[in-house]
Design a protein around this ligand. Structure first.
Ligand code: HEC
Length: 385
């Protein structure tokens, strides 16, 4: 080697790996080269298959820690484990450096020169692809933050159809995961947005997984440590009716629809949306002059919830930008509970803080004066003290 070439090599070695972690993530998770170069995996018996049939993640897990499966124990290949010498009953090896790591992946030889078990395939990688893969492996420990990958911030969505915003947030894109059930830990989410009329089970599941969740409405009286409810608390709906009871003729606050069966005199029936949903309103005895007031978290139109969900996603993007490069669930919760006012769609401005987790102090009131009549907003939004 000529002297200048040696110098270049030395400089490159000093710089360390120049690969792109984002490209490496593709190889690790999907077995696909970011350059489109074919990657071949050779298995124990010598069979060669495209690596997309055998991505590293399948055996070593998304965090590289390795999960035992069918008697085979894939090694822990997190950076911390590879930096340490290994002393196990079955085998021992010194610590890895990057050239030995490259050799392990391409030739199946460990840091001490011993052949690895044939359950570990050998990968024919281009130099550039190997650089990318090593760059990704080197930051695997940082991948522990749920819902945050080298390329994506994962947000789960229920009860609305959203499209991922085009902008990057510190080099990552928002990836939306449409859910038709409560979130599970395996969904690997950073945030859940639930725009359905009742986010109760979302809040329960999110609380169990410490997943930050923004839900449109709930009947739960405690949204949990990471739960944020856009509309008012169930207790606020109840209080609105109690306030109303002081100003309407012959008020009757219904806690249960069965109590309505014996209606004889004209009343103003006051009920929450939950009680109303359990009543067959047309079947009510309807003495002349009877009038109904129903307290809802918000106007019931699905289009409104869809619009609020879109605004909530836009808000999440803004807050993720504020949370900075080291984004995490905790950083996002901190941004949500600053007490700042947010405007979401057609709703009144709302705010959350560390102890206040229902955004609105307003409820939406509807009135019905005749069994065949139409529900009309009256007065519509009502502020509750
Ligand atoms: C089919 C399952 C499987 C796949 C896919 C797989 N590995 Fe492995 N890997 C293993 C097993 C099993 C071992 C442990 C071998 C042993 O104990 O001798 C291992 C060991 C290793 C080691 C050595 C660790 C040590 O402590 O010596 C490294 C490094 C490694 N794998 C990296 C990778 C990378 C990178 C990929 C993807 C390009 C990959 N593996 C894909 C099963 C797999």
């Amino acid at each position: 080697m000529s002297l200048p070439a040696l110098l270049v090599a030395a400089l490159l070695a000093l710089q360390g790996s120049t690969g792109s972690a984002a490209g490496g993530e593709q190889i690790f998770r999907a077995g696909v080269s970011p350059r489109g170069t074919p990657i071949i995996a050779t298995m124990g018996a010598g069979d060669a298959v495209p690596a997309n049939l055998l991505p590293c993640q399948n055996c070593h897990g998304s965090d590289g820690r390795g999960r035992r499966e069918g008697g085979v124990q894939p090694a822990d290949i997190s950076p911390a484990a590879l930096r340490r010498p290994l002393q196990s009953e079955r085998r021992q090896r010194p610590a890895y450096d990057s050239s030995r790591l490259r050799r392990a992946i391409t030739m199946g030889v460990d840091a001490g020169g011993q052949p690895l078990d044939t359950a570990m395939p050998r990968y024919a990688l281009s130099l550039a692809d190997a650089d990318d893969l090593l760059a990704y492996l080197a930051q695997l420990d940082e991948q522990q933050e749920p819902g945050v990958t080298a390329e994506h911030l994962r947000i789960g969505v229920r009860g609305a159809a959203l499209t991922a915003p085009p902008q990057e947030i510190y080099g990552r894109r928002v990836e939306l995961v449409a859910l038709s059930r409560p979130p599970e830990p395996g969904d690997n989410l950073l945030l859940l947005i639930d725009a359905s009329t009742e986010g109760d089970d979302s809040l329960t599941a999110a609380a169990a997984d410490e997943l930050p969740a923004i839900v449109f409405a709930t009947n739960r009286s405690d949204p949990g440590r990471n739960g944020f409810v856009i509309t008012a608390a169930p207790a606020t709906r109840q209080r609105a009716l109690e306030t109303l009871a002081t100003s309407v003729p012959a008020p009757l606050l219904l806690q249960d629809c069965r109590d309505a069966a014996a209606l004889t005199a004209a009343h103003t029936l006051l009920l929450t949306d939950r009680v109303a949903a359990s009543c067959e309103l047309q079947r009510l005895a309807w003495p002349a002059g009877l009038s109904l007031r129903i307290a809802l978290p918000a106007p019931p139109e699905a289009a409104l919830r869809q619009a609020v969900a879109e605004q909530t996603l836009a808000l999440a993007v803004t807050l993720l930008q504020r949370a900075g490069r080291e984004v995490s669930r905790a950083a996002l919760v901190a941004q949500l509970q600053t007490g700042r006012e947010f405007s979401l769609g057609a709703l009144p401005a709302l705010h959350w803080n560390a102890t206040r987790r229902y955004g609105l102090d307003q409820v939406w009131l509807l009135r019905l004066d005749h069994p065949d009549g139409r529900l009309v907003p009256a007065p519509g939004w009502m502020a509750v003290q």
